[in-house]
Design a protein around this ligand. Structure first.
Ligand SMILES: Nc1ncnc2c1ncn2[C@@H]1O[C@H](COP(=O)(O)OP(=O)(O)OP(=O)(O)O)[C@@H](O)[C@H]1O
Length: 190
């Protein structure tokens, strides 16, 4: 068990000294593969040269002897090293900015305007100045919501243009901002 036994293939030597393998039994030989005396297949009688009588026709046109040269020889040379570096994407960005704004200089950094033409009654008061005298200006009510930076409370104005008007006051924790010195920064939102 576990051993491999090779099958002895009978051979026939012709008058030229060419040895031919005989595949199949002696009564019904299936195929004969000519080999030379050095146990290599005989080039003279290979099937590629004797395909005229083969039931499978050759894909090459008739009369062509040998193998067509490889088309790889006619492949154009590839240059892996680029003569110029690829264009910088920043140039495209600058060009698009120049096309949009009329000059190559990008707009000055700053807060992005939320609304081009805000209506007076819909704009938010973004000034943080209610930490002083906040209790004198607004009557703080119950909490109506919470956000990431703080919570929002209902309030009513006591004086000024917001007198007796309901407002929403967002109280931002001091730990979430660095504007005010107090622990919380009330922010009035209409
Ligand atoms: N003007 C308002 N009127 C009524 N309710 C409001 C008003 N502003 C805020 N709220 C309520 O308070 C909640 C929290 O508001 P807030 O502005 O803190 O939310 P947020 O923008 O998600 O918070 P953050 O910006 O801190 O993440 C809202 O979900 C809303 O229910």
């Amino acid at each position: 068990m576990g051993q491999c036994y090779g099958k002895t293939v009978p051979t026939v030597r012709d008058a030229d000294g060419v040895i031919t393998d005989v595949i199949g039994d002696s009564d019904h030989p299936l195929q004969q593969t000519p080999v030379s005396s050095n146990n290599l297949p005989s080039v003279k009688n290979t099937p590629a040269r004797s395909s005229a009588n083969s039931p499978w026709p050759s894909p090459y046109p008739h009369g062509v002897v040998g193998v067509t040269p490889s088309p790889a020889r006619s492949t154009p040379r590839r240059f892996f090293k680029r003569p110029f570096p690829p264009p910088s994407p920043a140039k495209h960005i600058k060009a698009s900015l120049a096309k949009r704004f009329g000059h190559a200089k990008p707009p000055a950094e700053g807060p992005i305007p939320e609304d081009e033409t805000p209506e007076p009654d819909q704009s938010l008061d973004k000034n943080f100045g209610y930490n002083k005298n906040f209790g004198a200006k607004f009557e703080l009510g119950k909490e109506i919501g919470r956000g990431h930076f703080g919570h929002t409370c209902h309030a009513v104005g006591k004086k000024g243009e917001l007198k007796d008007l309901p407002v929403a006051v967002k109280i931002i924790s001091k730990t979430k901002t660095s504007i005010s010195s107090s622990s919380t920064t009330p922010r009035c939102m209409r």
